[in-house]
Design a protein around this ligand. Sequence first.
Ligand code: F6R
Length: 602
Amino acid sequence: MCGIIGYVGKSDRALNIVIDGLKALEYRGYDSAGIAFIKNNKTQIIKEKGKIKNLENKINFNLKTNLGIGHTRWATHGEPNLKNSHPHKVGKITLVHNGIIENYEELKEILKNYNYKFISDTDTEVACALIDKLYQEKNDLVKVLSKVSNLIKGSYAFGIICDDELDTIYATRKDSPLIVAIDDQDYYIASDIPAILKYTNKYMLLDDYDIVKMSHNNITIYNNKLEIEKKKNYTFSGNIEAAEKNGYEHFMLKEINEQSTVIKETMFPYLDDGINGLIDKMPDFSKYNEFDIVSCGSAYHTGLVAKTLIENYTNIPVNVEIASEYRYKKLFFNKKKLIILVSQSGETADTLASLRIAKEHNMDTLAIVNVVGSSIAREANEVLYIKAGCEIAVATTKAYLAQIAMFALIALKIGISRQTIDENELNEITQDIRRLPLLIDEILKNDYKNLAKKIFKQNDIFFIGRGIDYAVAMEGSLKLKEISYIHSEAYAAGELKHGTISLIKDKTPVIAIVTDMNIAPKTISNIREVKARGANVILLTTIKLDDNYDFINYKIVVPSIHPIIQSILTVIPLQLLAYEVAKLRNCDIDKPRNLAKSVTVE
Ligand code: F6R
């Protein structure tokens, strides 16, 4: 989604700072970019369609200026063209915006009565006009921005320059992320940490309705028109390399290769002090007899894996829900149910809204989140942080893996408490968890280029599996389609013949996942069904294959490990295969078209 950066301070290289920030926010997804800065005591705006490089070509970097705001736009209202790009300027107000103003049409009609004319199709231009109108009345932007929050419905993070105060940036937020950073007398606002990392790793999180006023040597943060004395300071513990490619061709490949470390950092601290350590470090789940897991996209797929783990190892029933559905459906709450929100970014609008609904009903909530201090992490009653580190590629890999790891630990903790996992099994599992990083690195050594070459020209690729393998198939299919643009679907293996099998024709790739030995013979029968219709079968399995498997065209074998953590290994070849296929198709792997890393709008 849109990215915002703003700088005011000692340096006269604000243009470079803002462009550096925008480049670091590219991963969020965008289709145009723009900046506003001060030149000859006037606000100057430059914007361009497409990549930041196009924008850079229009900027004279010799110009010295101490203040600038920048924006990458991910189109919501109106096409991705020049007139809809940010910054927008109406009257004295120049604005960049991330979020969606839901009542913009209504506000637009009101503002037209005051002779405001609109040249873009955006909700942002309407917000800009509204701020200008109120500024004409009140002449004080702090008061204006606190009033705006009562008039606007929807979500926003704003960065603002006012023609009457050309040495000052104003900013505020509601339901869209925004951080503030202070380094000596340099002040920044940004949608996310990577945007400022080249310059500082110290930052503060803004709360909803906070208003920031920052000028050359001063910063004040207000809430409810009152100055806030103190805000908690955070230090980003990773270094800038965490947000760089480290020699890998793409962030996605780098992040796939970080997965053994991610598993160590996410899981090992819970095992260091034996069973008691695990029990003490995890929340107490003893009062719950049902879970709702609520999330979107890959995090929803994590929930599907988690359902099998928790149900199989603890006997607690789990409902897995897509957040954008959950927030509008009839919900059945009771005090013995825990609502678990899963989100890498911690800012996904639908997941955040679901969390708030659960809290309105006084339900207990637990967040499983990667980004420290994100909205979901802050608002949930309890948070368990996965330790995936900074994930830049739009398509998630290491965060998905770490989420599964966290659910395996949760299942383990509850299983021990409920005595559904005995001591022998627990020992076996902990030994296997300790082996995981090594096994992950072994899998990462395999080359999937040859297999990718066999399938990258296909129009349709199917994934099948049963039980937990079906959940992993869904993630494999999403990974492939989102970065390679090949149509793909995942099916419960037994369901294929109820319709979709009619799409299987000669050479259609079907990637079948078989790691659950209890139902392996059933999936094998389904594989034979698609084979009989001409499918090109790729089997991803833990089974050592013998001659009886001559109906398989290509096989990928992953090590067999305790089922509670098997999916952690199974998904990795699918991530790598998707990567190699997308590469052969010359796709923009880290920033697939139309996608955004942090989906902060509904
Ligand atoms: C797919 C992907 C998305 C996210 C989804 C939720 O590769 O990354 O499907 O999983 O947008 O995002 P978070 O986890 O940030 O809530």
